[in-house]
Design a protein around this ligand. Structure first.
Ligand code: XIL
Length: 345
């Protein structure tokens, strides 16, 4: 049987996965490594390229795990999506506390960010296909104030100008890597609901950055969906991609998973036949795949973990508990979602 990766490449599409390095190196769990190597054409570090992992102590970088993933990808002829250069989460404690207690000034913070981007992008120059340069910079309608705005640590301390700076610094360090803005809740456009607003905000931002000559090459749509929110519409998802494409930007699905509420009667081990939520999960995986295949600018489709055995969902969404968000169950049996996207390819 052909892998998802191989099938995707026939369409010029890289089907990839986020990789959990602890799982990859667990000798008691060999199947994880086998599937990560054989089923996908691209890999992303789930955590080990985040700032807190790379520079836990100020001034001393620990590259071991990130280097290992890049070497793994090379051995398996996989492309690498670099994730992530600028984000408000998983920052090292020394950085956030230094800003908090005033020992790191605004000017120094900007310098630290420039150095970080330059150091990381230079180390992997020529080895990273796409970089997520800026992640989740835009608020959601449920935030305060509800009017969409630039949110989080970097906007608060440096102002929104950090976004353009980050792209320029990244380009200077690796002129060949494709530089992405990455976010969630921008998967669709055209419903007429408030759900369109964030997609529009990011579109306006990308348009302005392009007009100003800022080196942004693409917009990544994370694709963290949930069956409790109903099914996405392929045309609306394709419409969002096409609008970014019309700005001259590449697009990608970067973190796809479709979780279900376990309290709604869904149990691990349930078959799809008896559980409509798992069918809904498969349907949403497929909607994103079909939209991506329909739009030339959509370069890659990356799942955020491929097995329920190693997924961030149960640890993150626990009230009410959620799970069953990936392509394979906890015993590495492919689920309906797997077969569905495979038949799309
Ligand atoms: C998540 C990881 O999967 C978890 O292991 C970690 O504890 C928290 O971060 N959006 C992103 C990803 O851009 O980096 C996040 O990854 C999930 C949400």
């Amino acid at each position: 049987a052909q892998s998802l990766g191989t099938l995707g490449l026939r369409h010029g599409l890289h089907v990839g996965t986020a990789v959990d390095m602890a799982a990859l190196n667990d000798p008691a769990d060999p199947r994880y490594r086998e599937l990560a190597a054989s089923e996908f054409a691209s890999v992303t570090a789930e955590n080990v390229m985040k700032w807190e992992s790379l520079e836990p102590t100020r001034g001393s970088y620990d590259w071991a795990a990130a280097d290992e993933l890049v070497a793994f990808a090379k051995r398996n002829r996989q492309s690498v999506r670099g994730h992530v250069l600028v984000w408000h989460n998983q920052l090292p404690g020394w950085l956030t506390s230094g800003v908090e207690d005033g020992s790191i000034s605004t000017q120094e913070l900007r310098e630290l960010l420039r150095n970080h981007i330059t150091t990381v992008v230079s180390r992997y120059r020529g080895k990273i296909w796409q970089w997520d340069v800026v992640n989740e910079a835009v608020s959601d309608p449920w935030d305060t104030p509800s009017t969409l705005h630039y949110k989080g640590f970097w906007a608060e301390h440096l102002g929104p100008g950090y976004i353009a700076d980050a792209f320029r610094w990244a380009r200077a360090a690796d002129p060949r890597a494709l530089l992405f803005y990455n976010d969630y809740n921008i998967e669709a456009f055209g419903s007429g609901d408030p759900a369109d607003d964030k997609t529009q905000f990011v579109y306006d931002m990308a348009k302005r950055l392009r007009a100003e000559g800022v080196p942004i090459d693409g917009v990544g749509s994370q694709g963290h969906l949930g069956t409790q929110y109903g099914n996405y519409d392929t045309l609306q998802v394709a419409a969002a991609l096409k609008r970014f494409a019309a700005l001259g930007l590449a697009t990608a699905f970067t973190e796809v998973d479709v979780r279900s509420r376990l309290t709604d009667g869904v149990q691990a081990g349930d078959s799809e036949e008896i559980n409509p939520r798992l069918q809904a999960s498969a349907a949403n995986f497929s909607v994103l795949m079909k939209a991506c295949l329909a739009v030339r600018s959509c370069l890659s489709y990356t799942v955020w973990g491929f097995t329920d055995r190693h997924s961030w969902v149960p640890g993150w969404f626990d009230d009410p508990p959620e799970g069953l968000a990936t392509l394979y169950d906890e015993d590495y049996q492919p689920k309906r979602a797997f077969y569905e996207i495979k038949s799309d390819l």
